[in-house]
Design a protein around this ligand. Structure first.
Ligand code: ARG
Length: 376
């Protein structure tokens, strides 16, 4: 699942709110039951929703809900593989410790020694509107700390400054010499809603040290990124029910790392550093120093993941796969909801077919939605 969402700096707004009927919410069950919605399953779910209770989905219905939510997600270019999603039904877990153990399993199973597997784990929904439910405070299972210094400068990933501050407030001890790539602990709340700091066991998170296929100096920049993006802060909406903790992952598309995380000026901002090493003239934009630096950074990402045997897709292949997904959806009689500004890759966009493809976003269910950070 490269994607979901791919471009990390867009503001987290949910899909446009629309009135959806209970029947629309439950329509996906037809797929779960091979074309027929079983009347008794429908009736049970309808009456639960009417009583403002979560729909009592079976494990296999939940699996379909997760896969269709991925298939529906307008911001994801990697949807061709939606059927391959492994769904883990962990709605029975209560405590933060149990959930943390389940998250460690999720990550290990997803990393799969480099052969990244798309996985979704679903924790309990609140059992009444506004009720408590498990929640993961992190944006992703793997992320680097961002430290703000008093003089306004910062170290690490600026995207994670707020979460880093939450972790510190809960007693997290960063390394004695803080660095640019310090893995953050998890903050997990069980069904009681109270946040618990969960330290990461050493060696759990697989990372890739970046080097370039031609430039030996690149490795000396000591850049790295983690293998798998596991999104932990979106809610799954399925069968009229919200699941606030439903972490999922696919594999990376190279440009997410090379053209955004490491390149954006409000992230690692590395283009000036790389341009300097390349000996490019940064005085005029017309030297295309940004473009050249960007290209070499992305070449390094693709090369390093490939040599380390960690699955990651390049943006040309991802674009072609998305077009194939659209064709298959068309033959299945379904329109694809898609956001052009999220689907089109940020590197050499017009060389990919998706750039030249008109797209339209419309509300879908099941789907994944952004939700505000717990501490806001
Ligand atoms: N863009 C985010 C990041 O760079 C990850 C979003 C999900 N990406 C994916 N390939 N499933 O960390």
């Amino acid at each position: 699942m490269s994607g979901c969402p791919l471009h990390s700096t867009h503001s987290p707004s949910s899909s446009p709110p629309v009135a959806v009927s209970t029947d629309d919410e439950l329509a996906f069950l037809a797929e779960a039951h091979h074309g027929h919605i079983l009347e008794e399953r429908l009736a049970l779910c309808r009456s639960a929703l009417l009583a403002q209770q979560p729909a009592p989905l079976t494990c296999s219905e939940l699996t379909w809900a997760g896969r269709i939510a991925w298939r529906n997600h307008a911001r994801c270019i990697g949807r061709l593989y939606w059927r391959s999603l492994t769904v883990r039904d962990h709605r029975h877990l209560d405590s933060a410790d149990e959930i943390a153990a389940s998250l460690r399993e999720h990550l290990e199973f997803a990393q799969a020694d480099g052969n990244v597997r798309p996985v979704l784990t679903v924790y309990a929904p609140p059992n009444r509107p506004g009720g408590l439910a498990p929640r993961i405070w992190n944006h992703q299972l793997c992320a680097y700390a961002g430290y703000r210094h008093r003089d306004g400068t910062f170290l690490g990933d600026p995207k994670n400054i707020a979460l880093t501050e939450q972790a510190l407030a809960l007693g997290w001890q960063p390394p004695s010499t803080p660095g640019r790539f310090d893995l953050l602990p998890w903050i997990v709340a069980g069904r009681d809603g109270s946040p618990q700091l969960i330290p990461l066991p050493a060696g759990l998170v697989r990372e890739v040290r970046l080097r370039h296929p031609q430039f030996a100096w690149f490795e000396k920049l000591e850049l790295r990124w983690y293998a798998v993006p596991v999104i932990t802060d979106m809610r799954l909406h399925a069968a009229g029910t919200d699941y606030p903790a439903a972490p999922f992952n696919g594999w990376y598309m190279g440009t997410e790392i090379g053209a955004r995380n490491l390149a954006d000026t409000d992230r690692y901002n590395l283009l000036p550093v790389i341009a300097e090493k390349l000996g490019l003239d940064q005085r005029s934009p017309r030297s295309l120093w940004k473009d050249r630096a960007l290209l070499e950074l992305n070449a390094a990402v693709l090369h390093s993941y490939e040599t380390d045997g960690v699955k990651l897709v390049d943006h040309h292949t991802a674009s072609a796969e998305f077009m194939k997904f659209c064709e298959r959806e068309k033959s299945a009689g379904r329109e694809v909801s898609a956001r052009w500004d999220w689907i089109v890759p940020p590197l050499s966009p017009a060389t990919t077919t998706v750039f030249h493809t008109p797209m339209r976003e419309f509300p879908t269910t099941p789907d994944f939605h952004a939700q505000p950070p717990v501490w806001v």
